[in-house]
Design a protein around this ligand. Structure first.
Ligand code: ZN
Ligand code: ZN
Length: 378
């Protein structure tokens, strides 16, 4: 498959194309028939953001065949009106003094429409409340509906993820030499986080992982006060957040001479990761990309130490659909943004993980993470 490295004019110019939010509710509306409901309640705040542009912490969206109602509380009166208007979203904005879901319940109670709820978001107690008010027979459990719409990133979304990746690349390039100066894991993580913010990110994508020496054997090690020393493999996994969109990258750096066993771990994962990236293309099953990485690590005799899936979608959430795993049923399509991140972890020895974020294209992928993978710290 063709692997390209696109230029990042948006990242360097600082001008991002607008997000095309307005048509999204219409796309969701087209799905209602297939879901077997006349209306869908969107309570997942990331899904709400995707559909409306609203970034606050309380809001519920109701979409039916002809209209949409967005309910928030008094804290967000001005913000909700501004953000939906700026996004060109055709929805009535209602501000209530109670739980926004209660407001929707009151509105729906009088009708007889079948109402879809997001099964992954609505708690058991909330479902019981809805059932008591509307009747169990009016409720439809839906799964992954908005997540499905979010799979293909439009130009504005891809530009934000690309910019987030670019910030992470630049931060790592600047700070990488510090790994040879004996910082603690926490010190290095804090410096990296500060640099990501200074370069224009609104936040970290997630809590930065810096796992040195034996700590590297824990894939999601929390940085501690261990000092990085000669002979360590150091796993650094972090990302930047740009207007709600995430980046995700991991590099493993060998500090000085790490010996034959660790060097071999590095080589195997570097090869597996490269094969995985080259396997990505529209039309390829996500499980195939996982298998390409896994088979290579298996063949090297390290299969049992590759203890997680190969990758995941990245967008408004750091981990979203599709999953690149053994059991994934997803097929990649042009416009998906996914990570490829095989790793091996040996207790008492250390860990290696290499991760890029890539944009799926018709005949391959466009690498969004451009940090070189040469693992040896000069
Ligand atoms: Zn990561
Ligand atoms: Zn990841």
């Amino acid at each position: 498959m063709a692997v390209t490295e696109g230029s990042t004019p948006t990242a360097s110019s600082g001008v991002l194309p607008p997000l095309d939010v307005a048509p999204r509710i219409g796309r969701l509306r087209e799905r209602l028939d297939d879901l077997g409901c006349e209306a869908l309640v969107v309570a997942d705040l990331t899904n709400v953001r995707y559909l409306t542009g609203f970034t606050g912490s309380a809001g519920v969206l109701l979409v039916d065949g002809s209209s949409a109602v967005f309910v928030s509380d008094g804290r967000y009166r001005t913000q909700a009106e501004e953000q939906l208007r700026d996004a060109g979203v055709d929805a009535e904005v209602v501000i209530c003094s109670t739980d926004p879901s209660e407001e929707l319940l009151g509105r729906l109670a009088a009708g007889d429409s079948r109402v879809g709820l997001e099964a992954e978001t609505v708690t058991w107690s909330a479902q019981r409340r809805w059932a008591a008010e509307l009747g169990e027979e009016r409720l439809v459990a839906t799964s992954g509906v908005v997540a499905g719409l979010r799979l293909v990133k439009d130009a504005g979304e891809a530009a934000r993820i690309r910019t987030a990746c670019d910030i992470a690349d630049r931060a790592f390039a600047e700070l990488r030499p510090r790994l040879g100066e004996g910082p603690t894991e926490v010190e290095f993580a804090l410096e990296l986080d500060a640099l990501v913010r200074a370069l224009g990110a609104e936040d970290q994508s997630f809590d930065t992982i810096v796992a040195s020496g034996p700590n590297g054997a824990k894939p999601h090690h929390r940085p501690g006060d261990r000092r990085i020393v000669e002979g360590d493999l150091v796993v650094v996994d972090f990302g930047a957040l740009v207007e709600g969109y995430h980046s995700d990258m991991t590099r493993t750096v060998a500090v000085g001479d790490v010996g034959d066993e660790r060097r071999r771990m590095l080589d195997v994962v570097l090869e597996a990761q490269d094969l995985g990236v080259r396997a990505v293309a529209a039309g390829v099953e996500a499980s195939v990309v996982d298998a390409v990485c896994r088979d290579h690590i298996d063949a090297a005799g390290l299969g049992e130490t590759f203890v997680h899936s190969t990758g995941h979608g990245v967008g408004l959430d750091i981990h979203e659909e599709p999953r690149l795993s053994t059991r994934s049923a997803a097929t990649l399509a042009s416009g998906f943004v996914v990570t490829v991140e095989p790793g091996v972890y040996l207790p008492g020895v250390g860990g290696v993980r290499i991760e890029d974020t890539v944009l799926v294209t018709e005949d391959g992928c466009d690498r969004l993470t451009l940090t070189p993978k040469d693992p040896v710290l000069a």
